[in-house]
Design a binder for this molecule. Sequence first.
Ligand SMILES: [Zn+2]
Length: 127
Amino acid sequence: MQPRFQFWGFECGNGWFELINQLCADIESAAEQVEIKPDAWPNVQQVKAKFGALRFYVDLSGFLKPLEASNPTIKDVRKIIARAEVLSRVTCEDCGLPGKLYTHAWHYVKCQACERIHQKKNEEFNG
Ligand SMILES: [Zn+2]
């Protein structure tokens, strides 16, 4: 499954895979509900972790352009993305288990076990 996502330029840990997978499935079903053809489905431009939360950048221009913000589908998609971003803040970016936000040199979300591994690696690296 990994190569398909790397092709899109994903810049976050594997722990968010399920979250992103669900996000994409929800967007697809929102598009299907209003009978938008697959070639007009929104294009994912960038997915990354920023300040410990998922950032999901998507091109919605194929979604009934003239209606823009008043288009309920666009609102639905924004809600779907916002929900995934909220979930990402409590989901370990390494393994997908419940995690919390750590604010060391940078912000990230990890579960206790992954944080321990991360700290150990840091200690080894710093000698
Ligand atoms: Zn973890």
